[in-house]
Design a binder for this molecule. Structure first.
Ligand code: MF3
Ligand code: CO
Ligand code: CO
Length: 291
């Protein structure tokens, strides 16, 4: 015999089985919606317990990023920022997710992407100098849960073009967060970002995207910042990043053929990025990587 949840209950009450003698689910069991998202899209809608873990990981990630941004001054090398990052992760009892990640294994604990570098810049001995813009990207693992956030720092007096990409990428991130809520297709994020960026004469990188996060560093769904047709509706319990990379010139990036990580704009024009980890709630989105 094969009962369905909506069948009349076997006890003869006349009520649906699910409203009557349907076996109580253990707390760890996934809801029907979570099961659907998992099967259909490979997306994990997080349980309250998982959300608490991710929330804590994100809070520490945001704090470490803030301390690194404060330390980013003229004359400080990005390698020194990486060394400080190692210390801060250790003190907080968390693991830097980038270290050893991917292929070839990423060699440092943070990404530092300067000027024409779009993303995945590797800390090195170059000191920050007047006129630089630098993205610092921190991702950490706390008790198995992940957080990921990045900000731009500006050093001294920057050119109007650099100021443009820094400001536009920030505005793109917050416009995208503002439309995020249950039922809205994931494509709405790319829609608002590309609309705004192009209205300001900038381009949107499409080779790198935001991502689900929480139980691993990069999970489903893919979160494109450019125009796309991803019709998956956002749903409560989804955790993902939005991290628009905005260029002053062309959108194309070129991966460094030697280190296989650093991505630079094809035309050498500046690029900027801001990133938050978000939780979709019942009526909107909560930024988990706020200070
Ligand atoms: N933090 C980056 C992101 O936002 C990923 C960096 S992967 C690394 O997804 F290996 F380069 F660190
Ligand atoms: Co990310
Ligand atoms: Co990141």
């Amino acid at each position: 015999m094969n009962f369905e949840r909506n069948d009349p209950c076997w006890c003869g009450s006349g009520k649906k089985w699910k409203k009557c003698h349907y076996p109580a689910m253990p707390k760890t069991q996934l809801s029907e919606q979570a099961l659907f998202y998992l099967k259909e899209f490979n997306i994990l809608l997080k349980t309250p317990e998982q959300i608490e873990g991710i929330r804590k990981a994100c809070a520490i990630t945001a704090k470490i990023l803030d301390q690194l941004c404060t330390a980013a001054r003229p004359g400080v090398t990005t390698l020194e920022l990486d060394q400080l990052s190692r210390k801060l992760h250790k003190e907080a009892g968390v693991i830097p997710a980038p270290l050893g990640y991917g292929e070839p294994p990423y060699p440092k604990t943070i990404c530092t992407s300067l000027n024409e570098v779009i993303c995945h810049g590797i800390p090195d001995t170059r000191p920050l100098q007047d006129g630089d813009i630098c993205n610092i990207d921190v991702s950490c693992i706390r008790e198995g849960y992940f957080g990921d956030t990045s900000r731009m720092v500006t050093i001294g007096k920057i050119s109007p073009k650099k100021k443009l990409v820094v400001d536009v990428s920030y505005e793109c991130l917050y416009r995208a967060i503002a439309v995020a809520k249950p039922g809205v297709p994931i494509s709405a994020i790319g829609q608002v970002i590309e609309d705004y960026a192009t209205s300001k004469g900038c381009s949107v990188v499409n080779q790198f995207i935001g991502h689900g996060i929480g139980l691993s560093f990069h999970e489903a769904p893919e979160v494109c910042h450019h125009y796309n047709n991803n019709q998956i509706p956002m749903a409560p319990g989804m955790t993902f990043t939005i991290e628009p990379m905005i260029n002053a010139g062309v959108r194309e990036g070129v991966i460094d053929p030697i280190d296989h990580w650093t991505v630079r704009t094809k035309d050498g024009e500046p690029s900027a990025q801001w990133e938050h980890t978000l939780l979709i709630t019942e009526d909107g989105a909560e930024i988990l990587t706020l200070l």
